[in-house]
Design a protein around this ligand. Structure first.
Ligand SMILES: Cc1ncc(COP(=O)(O)O)c(C=O)c1O
Length: 382
């Protein structure tokens, strides 16, 4: 029996997307039946071309490689950068654990960076210092966390100066722009995830590797598919990480709606700002970039954050912490690489961050209800 919209959970973004866009699955089935292609067919090729065009008119279709998920895209970016076992990779510790999981697959060694005093992305100062202090660095992963952009020109200049590959982790930043252009075009490679909660979301797993140097295209495309050439002979190392054909058709349908849906995320962020003003630190655009609000993460004094989580959170106020642990604090990472150096800004932020519900289908009234539940806990002003 079809689920009635009224019975659905308004905060459950994948469910809301299924209610609106579930028909894309039957369209995908029709297209696959017509083409007779179920693996790396017209859907994947069409999506790669359309996503390339959406990112930049300068990007050729073959510079987008549809892969199985965002973690694979990162792994292939690291492999394409020549990262080998024992090489060091610099990355912020405050990221989704997937960023680290990707480099551990290559037996690379993570070197964790601190955050700036405010914001959710790596400190350029710390990056510069670590690039000078640490030997054997092969790549830097700049994570545009929550949809906030890293300082791309400064990071790209440092990577260039030190001869290391820049990889942009855009898993949470589909739609974030730097100087009017989507992020993902500054690194040698960029990785996107189409996990069902992302701004551009499949109804399952999916990802894309963006290859910004033409000279890397052929090897990158082969690397996703056993290292095979056209004649199905393995001519290099490769994995099996194909974007699923069904998901590719779904993503093509959703891509047509992406810009208005990101605009709607920005509208929800404006409602929060109008309503919450200076009662918490709120996310927003930078001087050169626009937020895409994959997550809406505010900061509050630690004790208020704790009370909200314990006393206010519930089905009508879904609150979360992205993320309760920084990557260097995970047991497995500590066991493998030791406690590492202190990262004071990261450790302080972890006590203060709180994710409020945000997706494109929430109404002003629903945001008002969320804010009413927050009101008794928030300070009058920070
Ligand atoms: C910052 C970041 N990097 C990488 C990934 C990995 O993407 P996926 O879950 O598609 O493998 C994610 C998504 O979970 C992410 O949020």
């Amino acid at each position: 029996m079809p689920l009635q919209t009224a019975m659905a959970n308004p905060f459950n973004f994948p469910q809301q997307e299924l209610l609106r866009d579930g028909h894309l699955l039957s369209t995908a089935l029709e297209r696959m039946t017509e083409s007779g292609q179920v693996i790396l067919g017209r859907g994947v090729a069409g999506f790669e071309a359309a996503f390339a065009a959406w990112l930049s008119p300068e990007l050729a279709a073959e510079q987008v490689v549809g892969v199985a998920n965002g973690t694979d895209a990162l792994e292939l970016a690291l492999r394409g950068s020549g990262v080998a076992p024992g090489d060091k990779v610099l990355l912020p510790s405050h990221t989704a654990y997937a960023t680290v999981a990707a480099l551990l697959r290559l037996e690379a060694v993570p070197v964790f960076l601190d955050l700036d005093a405010d914001g959710a992305v790596l400190s350029v100062r710390d990056l510069g210092e670590q690039l000078t202090a640490v030997a054997g660095v092969k790549a830097v992963i700049a994570v545009h966390l929550y949809g906030e952009a890293c300082d791309l020109p400064a990071i790209a200049a440092l990577c260039e100066r030190h001869g290391v590959s820049l990889i942009e982790d855009c898993a949470q930043a589909c739609g974030t722009t730097w100087a009017g252009q989507p992020v993902g075009l500054w690194g040698r490679f960029a990785a996107f995830s189409f996990y069902p909660t992302k701004n551009l979301a499949a109804f399952g797993d999916g990802g894309a590797l963006v290859v910004n140097r033409k000279g890397d295209v052929e090897t990158s495309r082969r690397r996703r598919f056993y290292g095979w050439d056209e004649g199905r002979q393995a001519v290099q190392f490769g994995v099996n990480s194909r974007l699923d054909e069904l998901q590719a058709w779904v993503l093509l349908g959703k891509l047509a709606q992406l810009d208005p849906r990101i605009a709607q995320r920005r509208q929800v962020a404006r409602w929060y700002r109008e309503r919450l003003g200076n009662r918490a630190w709120l996310p927003g655009d930078g001087d050169h970039w626009r937020h895409s609000y994959h997550l809406y993460v505010i900061s509050l004094p630690a004790e208020i954050r704790q009370r909200l989580l314990q006393e206010a959170a519930g089905p009508e106020l879904p609150l979360a912490v992205h993320y309760p642990l920084a990557c260097h604090q995970h047991a497995y990472v500590r066991q493998r690489f030791g406690a590492g150096r202190p990262l004071p800004h990261t450790e302080a932020r972890l006590q203060e961050i709180l994710s409020l519900p945000l997706h494109p289908y929430l109404s002003e009234q629903q945001i008002e209800q969320v804010c009413q539940r927050l009101d008794p806990f928030l300070p009058q002003a920070l």
